[in-house]
Design a protein around this ligand. Sequence first.
Ligand SMILES: Nc1ncnc2c1ncn2[C@@H]1O[C@H](COP(=O)(O)OP(=O)(O)OP(=O)(O)O)[C@@H](O)[C@H]1O
Length: 283
Amino acid sequence: MTMSVSTFSSRAPISDITEPLASFSATIGWKQAYANSLRFRRKKKPRVLSCDYSCLEVRDICYRPPGTELNILNGVNFSLREKSFGLIFGKSGSGKTTLLQLLAGLNKPTSGSICIQRYGDDGQPKADPELLPTGKVGIVFQFPERFFVADNVLDEITFGWPRQKGSLQLKEHLTSNLQRAFNWVGLDSIPLDKDPQLLSGGYKRRLALAIQLVQTPDLLILDEPLAGLDWKARADVAKLLKHLKKELTLLVVSHDLRELASLVDQSWRMETGGILLAERPPV
Ligand SMILES: Nc1ncnc2c1ncn2[C@@H]1O[C@H](COP(=O)(O)OP(=O)(O)OP(=O)(O)O)[C@@H](O)[C@H]1O
């Protein structure tokens, strides 16, 4: 029987990033939101222990791009338990990225379903499966730094946040999430006014992860998270993913099996023709 904690908690001290965020709050008028978020976070919430667990369940997914005659994915099935690390590997062009895009809600499957199934500690389903809410899925694309748009770290991470007055509660929520995301990925030592393009390869990936973590996803999808990094940055990012899997569910597509093998809880090979088979990484 596995005990799972149903609340989401940050383990790093809030003081780590208090200063840069305080100045950020003052400069763009989020001071009140920031102060309130601190008050909110200091109250200890009771942690609820539960023996239930959830699984991401992909059931018989087929996908044929509109206007084409051929299925890219053919009856894909798999189940991934919450707070675990799933790895999909396989030849180029077999359909791995296509599957990730469906999970992130960027395309709709031609048939089949993607849901969350809750189980009791006896391993039996506890309720009807629910469709995976795409708002709780984060995706980090291959080479995410190529999509950075801002000229400083803070603007990059807060891109798209509400700037108008009002919605104080939302601002408090986002600010508190930002603190947690920075702590999780170890960005707290980086000046917020630094140009993201001047960060090292590994720190660019940390920033891309933090951008997704601010949205508090339950499922984080990563397409080739180690691609293009030197050996040290690859080791750093792998270590970070190991840390993150204690907090959320990770599904990774990668060819870098050696570095990731020790993190893997479940893995699958995507065969040409879009067929997914459970298989250990061949390392
Ligand atoms: N919209 C589309 N229309 C037609 N074919 C497509 C479309 N999108 C992808 N494909 C094709 O589907 C196949 C699977 O592509 P996908 O990018 O999912 O493979 P992959 O396994 O992720 O490859 P890689 O490891 O190189 O990233 C490829 O042959 C690709 O050309």
